[in-house]
Structures are given as structure tokens and as C-alpha cells.
Design a protein around this ligand. Structure first.
Ligand SMILES: *Cc1c(COP(=O)(O)O)cnc(C)c1O
Length: 373
């Protein structure tokens, strides 16, 4: 038995005709950079998220980066974020010249703990980047209330959470700007790099559109320094085809999660995600299970990972090191023990195989192995 954590080939097979046609169309039209497929994608994603605008870029990292840049955040500013995320979340803060300020996580939902944010707000705080980790929205009401009171911006890192909702509203429409990634393994993945920002603010959308294209609105008339961060037509056409299936896929991911939860409910020494003890009211949120991440107690995580690997089940550790303890962030001066919940999570988490095409039989096999621990 060999069960991968993710199977992109199975998904391609299920929609091969649509994808092949989409790619052929772009090639026949030579609509390689920008063009109608990219414009369609921007319309489709804005409509999907419920925002007025969306601007396609070449990665989720650039979506976060250009969001900060367009908001004018830089030298001397502070941006609050979670230490339990992919490195890009903090990297872009440093990249624009601002200082990442980490706030520990709520251990029950893995996202930034809204009750710990206030203590880290200073006069220099210009923005917060809550991460909707693993496909679960952060506690946005509390975050937005603080942002309003202390006058700073909210940039959602929704890279893992396209389609997830918070109190009925989609991620990407819960702050000033939403950033999404189309990295192939994400819930809506391209066949290469890609990303997009969503916003209801026209000025911000225009600014990001200009920045992504060498600071120009009109070709060869460059008004400011920008970057080259466009999305390919082929990727946009693939994403337009795949977007039609996203809700169905997210639902299938939820079914996988439900089956796991049922099979493992009595296993001791592990904590399942999205359980009834979550501080975040889970009934407020529609999770999209980008990852199904359990906690393994009593220092047994690595042992369990190896045990499952021996049985052919691939698992991953998202993430082994919290951002504040990475070498690249050493200059900030955080020490071990400074953000204990994020550090503990890094030593306990284990992500199990989850993807829409995962068969019930296979989930049951994995669940049985785990329930016999
Ligand atoms: C994937 C991801 C990113 C970066 O997206 P890329 O498209 O790979 O640049 C940023 N933040 C989080 C939380 C992610 O999962």
C-alpha cells in the first residue's frame, strides 16, 4: 500500500478533457501573458469571493508582497502576524522593510490568538496578516475590531483557504486585501506558480495592477518602480476550468475529514482538528481542509510518522520550525520559549493524506491503522 499525502494526477485525470482544451485554446489564441483568460479569472475570483476586484499575480507570495507595498508599508513600520505559517507570510513583511511582530497562536485552531494581539500593538503597527491556516478562517471579528480601533490594515493570508467562510463571508473578503496562492498543491492549484489579491478598494486594486506591470498603466509609460508579477494565460485558463469544481472538491475534503474524525474519535494520545473544544466557534466557519492536521501528544509525533511511513502512508509536518526561530528571522531576537504555543504545535503536528479524490476505502484503511495504535 502506498498512499501519498496528495495526488495531483488523480485530479488531472478526472478533468483531463477540460484542462487539455483550456490549454489548447490559449495556445491557439497566443494569449500567453495577460489577455482574456486572465481577465476572466479576475472576474471569476472576485465574484467567487464576493469582492469588487481581483488582480492576478504570479504567486501567493507576491500577492502578500504587493498588498503590503500598495498599502505603503515599509521602513519603520510593524506588521503583526502568526509565527505558525509558511515562511512567505513573514518574509514579505521584512522584504518591504517593515518589522514582523509575531503573536502566539490559539492552540485549538492553529491561528493567531486574537486575545494576545492587543499587547503587541504599538504606534508603529500598520497592518496585521492573519493566516487562515490549513483552510480554517482566523477569528476575524476580533481582528477587524482591533484594526478599526487602532487604525491599521488587515491583509488576509488566505493562501490555504480559498472557499472557506467566516460567518457566511468568504475569505479574501474579510479584511482590506486578501492574498491567495495557486501553487499546484493548494485547494485551487495551477500547473505552475500563480496567485491573486482580492479587495473592495478600487485604488488598491489599481495600484497593485500597476505595480505588477513595471509600474505602468500604459505600456512603455512607467510611472513608478514596480515588478514583473503577471499570471500566464495558460495558468488562468486552467484555473478558470478548475474553479467550477472547487466547491465540490472542498466538500469532498470535508467528507474525508469527517470520516477521519469518526474513525479516530477514540484514539488516545492524538487531538483531532476542528473538534468541539476549539476556542473559535467552529459553527461560524466553513473549513476547507487544505490540510488535515492532528496533534500527537507525549512526544510521539516522529515515532507515529515513521510508523505510518513503514505502512506506506505519507504524512507531512507543517511546520517543523516556527517562523520566529528560523535562521532568517534570528535578527528579530526571539528566543526559544517566547511563543510557546507555536513552538509546541511544531513539535506535535502531523498532516495526514487529504485530497478530494481520496477514496473512502483508503481513508478507512488509514483510520484503521491509526485506531489500532
Ligand atoms: C502557499 C502559501 C504562501 C505562498 O504562496 P506561493 O504561491 O507559494 O508563493 C503563503 N502563505 C501561506 C500560508 C501558504 O500556504
Amino acid at each position: 500500500m502506498k498512499i501519498p499525502i496528495l495526488d495531483l494526477k488523480a485530479q488531472y485525470k478526472s478533468i483531463q478533457k477540460e484542462i487539455d482544451n483550456a490549454i489548447k485554446t490559449v495556445i491557439a489564441e497566443s494569449a500567453f501573458i495577460g489577455g482574456r483568460h486572465v481577465e476572466e479569472l479576475e472576474k471569476n475570483i472576485a465574484a467567487y469571493c464576493g469582492t469588487k476586484y481581483a488582480v492576478a499575480l504570479n504567486s501567493g507570495t507576491d500577492a502578500l508582497y504587493l498588498a503590503l507595498w500598495a498599502l505603503g508599508i515599509g521602513e519603520g513600520d510593524e506588521v503583526i502576524t502568526s509565527p505558525f505559517s509558511f515562511f512567505a507570510t513573514a518574509e514579505v513583511i521584512a522584504k518591504v522593510g517593515a518589522k514582523p511582530v509575531f503573536v502566539d497562536i490559539d492552540p485549538t485552531a492553529f491561528n493567531i490568538d486574537p486575545d494576545l494581539i492587543k499587547a503587541k500593538i504599538t504606534k508603529k503597527t500598520k497592518a496585521i496578516i492573519p493566516v487562515h491556516l490549513f483552510g480554517q478562517a482566523a477569528e476575524m471579528d476580533k481582528i477587524n475590531a482591533l484594526a478599526k480601533k487602532h487604525k491599521f490594515f488587515v491583509i488576509e493570508d488566505a493562501c490555504q483557504a480559498i472557499g472557506a467562510t467566516y460567518k457566511g463571508k468568504k475569505t479574501g473578503n474579510l479584511g482590506d486585501i486578501g492574498a491567495f496562492s495557486f501553487f499546484p498543491s493548494k485547494n485551487l492549484g495551477a500547473y505552475g506558480d500563480g496567485g491573486i489579491v482580492t479587495t473592495n478598494n478600487k485604488d488598491l486594486a489599481d495600484k497593485i495592477r500597476q505595480l505588477r506591470n513595471h509600474g505602468s498603466k500604459v505600456k512603455y509609460y512607467n510611472d513608478e518602480i514596480g515588478v514583473s508579477s503577471r499570471l500566464d494565460g495558460i495558468q488562468a485558463a486552467i484555473l478558470n476550468a478548475k474553479l467550477k469544481h472547487l466547491d465540490k472538491w472542498n466538500k469532498a475534503r470535508n467528507n474525508v475529514a469527517k470520516t477521519y474524525a469518526k474513525l479516530m474519535k477514540n484514539v488516545s494520545g492524538i487531538i483531532l482538528p476542528n473538534n468541539e473544544n476549539c476556542k473559535l466557534k467552529i459553527e461560524h466557519c466553513q473549513h476547507v481542509f487544505h490540510q488535515y492536521t492532528i496533534r500527537v501528544k507525549n512526544g510521539k509525533r516522529d515515532e507515529l510518522k515513521k510508523y505510518l511511513a513503514d505502512k506506506g502512508i505519507q504524512t507531512m509536518i507543517y511546520y517543523p520550525v516556527p517562523l520566529h526561530l528560523l535562521k532568517a528571522m534570528e535578527y528579530l531576537g526571539y528566543k526559544k520559549g517566547s511563543l510557546p504555543e507555536a513552538e509546541k504545535a511544531c513539535s506535535e503536528v502531523l498532516s495526514l493524506p487529504i485530497y478530494p479524490e481520496l477514496k473512502n476505502k483508503t481513508i478507512t484503511q488509514i483510520g484503521k491503522i491509526l485506531s489500532n495504535l
